[in-house]
Design a protein around this ligand. Structure first.
Ligand code: ZN
Ligand code: ZN
Length: 336
């Protein structure tokens, strides 16, 4: 049962989902990467938003080549935040494309080798993705050579008409991207559209609105304020770091409900950071609450088993991707 859920979770989705004519995303196993720019834009005429899981550089570059043209490099890479599943291929891609990487200054310590994130909290419940989150890397990566601060005037480099919004809580320098014209939101992990704690939900990808992934959110008060701020924008469409894009009245109703009932819908009943947030400054993590009681040996064995299953699923996923890449090119599909 668990094994098959993992296999589902890692099934391929090589479709480039176009949300608007100039914003598309591709799902890489458990996380989305976003492409800004019209199809066929060409060299230095598009922007990559977030950079996926480790070992996915080829998949991201392949999707970029398919959408923007063979060899087309981005004008910039913009990061919503620096978690491992959003920067996994960053160093490789920045090197390959020699592209500037923009992030909020408070996110820089996790991107320039200075500070790890606070430890994930596997005790928050919700499923196996949360259970073995203790094994997820928490950085930092080091891309200082390409790293730049998002402009303090709120503009987004190479994305005219957009502005970045500081939406901390999930991480200190987390940002969302917003375009007033068509009320289009790239929310990163400020909220997501799948129950990211659950392998089953991640596999099925039925769109449903959730707070930020619980195991990796160390400041729930800030996370709530960020969701309230995003709900007040009344977005027409939203693409998030995990799950499928959502739109229109269904999106707004779910987002308002999440903001209103954030304590019951998003915040775990108990957990390491509930009521005792981690703290950070411009140099990175400064305070982390004590870990809850250590897990028993039996539970640790379960974690180890889960990790092995994840690894197996990942290898299967990679194998499928490679086979697919050899046999046929990825397809296009408009919609969600
Ligand atoms: Zn995250
Ligand atoms: Zn994420």
């Amino acid at each position: 049962m668990i094994g098959s859920a993992y296999n589902d979770a890692y099934r391929q989705d090589s479709t480039i989902h176009e949300v608007t004519a100039d914003l598309a995303y591709r799902r890489l196993a458990i996380v989305n990467v976003m492409f800004y720019g019209p199809s066929g834009a060409g060299d230095r005429s598009w922007v990559l938003i977030d950079a996926g899981l480790p070992k996915t550089a080829e998949l991201i570059a392949g999707a970029a080549a398919e959408r923007f043209g063979e060899g087309a490099r981005p004008a910039a890479i913009i990061l919503t935040h620096g978690h491992f599943d959003h920067v996994g291929a960053l160093r490789e891609l920045a090197t390959r494309w020699d592209a500037p990487v923009y992030a909020h200054p408070l996110e820089h310590p996790y991107l320039n080798g200075q500070s790890p994130y606070p430890p994930p909290d596997p005790s928050v419940g919700g499923g196996l993705m949360a259970r073995f989150s203790g094994l997820y890397p928490r950085g930092p990566v080091d891309v200082s050579r390409w790293l730049r601060a998002l402009p303090s005037d709120g503009s987004v480099p190479e994305m005219p008409g957009w502005r970045w919004l500081h939406t901390p809580g999930h991480t200190p320098g987390h940002v969302s991207l917003w375009r007033d014209d068509d009320r289009l939101l790239v929310a990163g992990d400020a909220f997501v559209t799948t129950k990211q704690e659950s392998v089953y939900a991640v596999a099925v990808q039925k769109p449903e609105l959730h707070g930020p992934p619980r195991y990796f959110t160390p400041d729930w008060q800030a996370a709530k304020t960020s969701v309230e701020r995003l709900a007040a924008l009344e977005p027409e469409r939203a693409v998030t770091g995990h799950g499928r894009a959502m739109q229109s009245a269904a999106l707004r109703a779910a987002l308002h409900s999440l903001a209103r009932d954030f304590e019951t819908q998003a915040v775990p009943r108990r957990g390491r950071y509930v009521g005792d947030p981690a703290r950070a400054d411009a140099g990175g993590t400064t305070y982390v609450p004590r870990a809850p009681r250590p897990e028993g040996r039996v539970l640790n064995a379960t974690f180890a088993g889960a990790a092995l299953t994840l690894l197996g699923g990942w290898l299967i996923y990679r194998g499928l991707e490679k086979r697919k890449a050899r046999s046929s090119g990825p397809g296009h599909r408009r919609g969600y």
